[in-house]
Write a protein that binds this ligand. Structure first.
Ligand code: WTA
Length: 659
């Protein structure tokens, strides 16, 4: 564990004043039973049958939870099902053929609707093609596609024939793709000629070609023609055109393969504490039950909703809440290919308006951008179809929470702040929107049936208001089963630190720090490696950042440590403002004062550097390590993962001007 700063005593920023769910929402909510927590606790683990009941099982399971080889838990053992059957066939059988499954919004304003019938046909034809290419049950198929309909089609085709997919985010490099293919022994790749980024055609195939050069196996490759005449669509040996295959297998159907509940549904690589990516293994029964249940109970999704999770399917959020959760429930899921500011900064609101989106789920990094751009953009559109808003991926501090509530939710829609991880598969901590009060800045209590403990380094629960490590003390259906690279790494990454195997006590360690309040609401503070140690006091960078972004006029901030003799670590804050080009000393003073009053003088930034934007990866995470390098006057490492590499020079220049 890269816990380079040891253990801290940071305090969470107090949550904003609570909001009750509005009555009109409660009246229609999917889950409103206020006894649900007690019911799940008394009846654990059988309470999870409520999630499993949302699925169609070919063979009923005989045991809800088998914990005999902890921490290798098994859920719904003996049960058999197929994920694609659950996401497609059963909705057709229920007479919902013509119901929209996917509403795809293209980069350039084009849009397409796939009904459940259309999606069924596409998935079957492509599944037939994959079988013909030699894909067998349990072969890992790598998918390297941007946000086009062929991505969920390929995933569901794999699920149909029992071949686990490993989706690699389209914006990752050739090197990242080859490492993941090699680690998964994957001999099948589905990619495309290219895609549009901003206005430009971007060549994806050349990245895939480069990746294949360093994969030893002969790779069978399917190539989707996304760009038509904009890029040559030249296919080499063992390369097949997606449309050609669809034509060849037109009208074919493939029986969904019976999968054991514990058979692998997919692999998802995520970054670990070492440089090696971790291949997180998710299985069919528990994962699907958990994502379907949380889509229903937390995101309040109903079959007749138009629901939009504005994430990328290349990450876990998109797997669980664009593809599997909503489609298992038979709802309409929106999929957007482009960026929020193209052609203009109201693009998302235009899509909400045109599709009459009921539920909208996004990340704080996007919300902070909307806030920075200003309320005039959402105000241009009719957003009154919205009923519920969601947030995921980072802590959302009270000010952006309130902005989202007011300017997107019209001051009416409840917000669910959902904490979870690639490894948890589905939501773990969140309010239930039809029951719980919301507290801006605090995610909420653990979901019914989930036990979370915030503990000190000895595993003892900390007092309310104190910072501790976020652990999960009982297994849950959507949990990671192991790491593809090995059971030992799985144990050591997640279980070793806080478990006591001799006492039969197993605790999952999330790698996050958090605090819990008197009502049991969890405020997540950040990763353990985002902790800075200042004069023996360890402060969460997120905590300081929240105090900074609470200052009027601040859009976003990132805080890092600078090693300094004789003072130990000093705090450096990189700050972007809401549109002001020359922020000046007044704002700098306001920032320092606010941090001092929110946390204490110890957390006062030593230096505040204004920048037009923060350096971010393509998935929207701020690259703090890079900012740390700049603060420490060190050479900046690899910037190839950045969406905005040009910002590094600007920040350096800005710092020199300031000093
Ligand atoms: C962070 C994304 C605060 C956290 C689903 C976690 C959050 C990591 C929240 C997982 C939230 C996610 N509040 N922090 N609501 N949701 N995180 O694997 O640090 O891409 O460990 O999964 O994101 O990121 P991952």
């Amino acid at each position: 564990m890269d816990d380079r700063n040891g253990w801290g005593r940071g305090r969470p920023v107090p949550a904003g004043s609570p909001h009750s769910p509005p009555e009109w929402f409660v009246e229609q909510a999917n889950v409103t039973d206020s006894e649900i927590d007690e019911e799940f606790t008394e009846n654990w683990p059988d309470c999870w049958e409520r999630a499993a009941d949302l699925l169609s099982w070919e063979e009923p399971y005989d045991t809800v939870l088998d914990d005999s080889s902890a921490p290798f838990y098994e859920w719904f053992t003996g049960g058999e099902l197929n994920a694609a059957y659950n996401c497609l066939d059963r909705h057709l059988e229920a007479g919902r053929k013509t119901h929209a499954a996917i509403r795809w919004e293209g980069k350039h304003g084009e849009y397409e609707t796939y009904t459940y019938r259309d999606l069924y046909v596409a998935v079957n034809e492509f599944a037939a093609a994959l079988c013909d290419l030699g894909v067998e049950e349990d072969d890992v198929v790598t998918i390297y596609l941007p946000m086009i309909p062929e991505l969920p089609i390929a995933m569901l085709a794999c699920a149909r024939i029992g071949a686990p997919h490993s989706v690699v985010f389209a914006g990752l490099s050739a090197n990242a793709l080859s490492t993941r293919m090699a680690a998964a022994d994957s001999e099948y790749l589905i990619t495309c000629d290219g895609y549009y980024r901003r206005g430009d055609a971007f060549n994806q195939k050349s990245k895939a070609d480069n990746a294949k050069l360093s994969v030893e196996a002969d790779v069978e490759t399917v190539v989707v023609d996304r760009l038509g005449d904009e890029l040559p669509h030249v296919l080499g040996e063992n390369e097949w055109d997606y449309d050609g295959l669809r034509e060849e297998f037109a009208g074919e159907t493939v029986e969904p393969v019976s999968r054991d509940a514990e058979d692998m549904l997919f692999l998802m690589y995520t970054s670990g504490t070492t440089g090696e990516p971790k291949g997180v293994v998710h299985t069919t029964g528990g994962y699907l039950a958990h994502v379907a249940w949380t889509s229903r109970a937390v995101l309040d999704v109903e079959p007749d909703d138009t629901y939009w999770c504005a994430a990328d399917i290349g990450w876990i959020t998109g797997h669980s809440y664009i593809v599997y959760g909503p489609l298992a429930l038979g709802t309409t899921t929106v999929m957007y290919e482009g960026t929020p500011d193209y052609p203009d900064r109201d693009r998302l609101w235009e899509i909400v308006d045109r599709n009459a989106v009921d539920v909208f789920y996004t990340a704080p990094t996007a919300i902070r951008a909307f806030m920075k751009w200003g309320e005039k953009y959402p105000a241009r559109h009719d957003l009154s179809s919205l009923r519920l808003l969601g947030s995921v991926g980072e802590p959302i501090s009270p000010r952006p929470w309130r902005w989202y509530h007011e300017h997107v939710g019209g001051g009416e829609c409840p917000i669910v702040d959902t904490w979870w991880q690639t490894e948890t598969g589905a939501v773990i901590v969140s309010t239930l929107p039809g029951i719980d009060e919301m507290k801006p800045g605090a995610a909420g209590p653990p979901l019914p049936g989930i036990d979370v403990a915030i503990v000190d380094e000895n595993g003892a629960p900390v007092d309310p208001g104190e910072t501790g490590y976020l652990t999960i003390t009982r297994p849950w259906p959507g949990m990671i089963r192991t790491l593809y690279d090995g059971d030992d790494r799985y144990r050591s990454e997640y279980w070793e630190r806080f478990s006591d195997p001799n006492a039969g006590e197993w605790r999952y360690f999330s790698g996050d720090t958090a605090a819990v309040d008197e009502d049991g609401y969890v405020t997540v503070l950040g990763r353990v490696d985002d902790v800075i140690n200042v004069s023996g006091r360890r402060l969460s960078t997120m905590e300081i950042e929240s105090a900074i972004t609470d200052v009027d006029g601040i859009a976003e901030s990132a805080v890092v440590g600078r090693a300094s003799k004789p003072n130990g670590t000093e705090i450096y804050a990189y700050v972007s403002t809401e549109g002001r080009s020359n922020p000046g000393d007044g704002l700098r003073r306001a920032i320092v004062e606010n941090v001092e009053s929110a946390i204490g003088p110890i957390a006062k930034p030593h230096e505040v550097v204004f920048t037009p934007e923060l350096p971010k990866t393509r998935s929207g995470k701020i690259m703090r390590r890079l900012l740390e390098d700049i603060a420490n006057d060190e050479a900046v490492g690899d910037t190839s993962a950045l969406r905005n590499p040009e910002i590094v020079g600007e920040i350096r220049a800005g710092r020199e001007d300031d000093t």
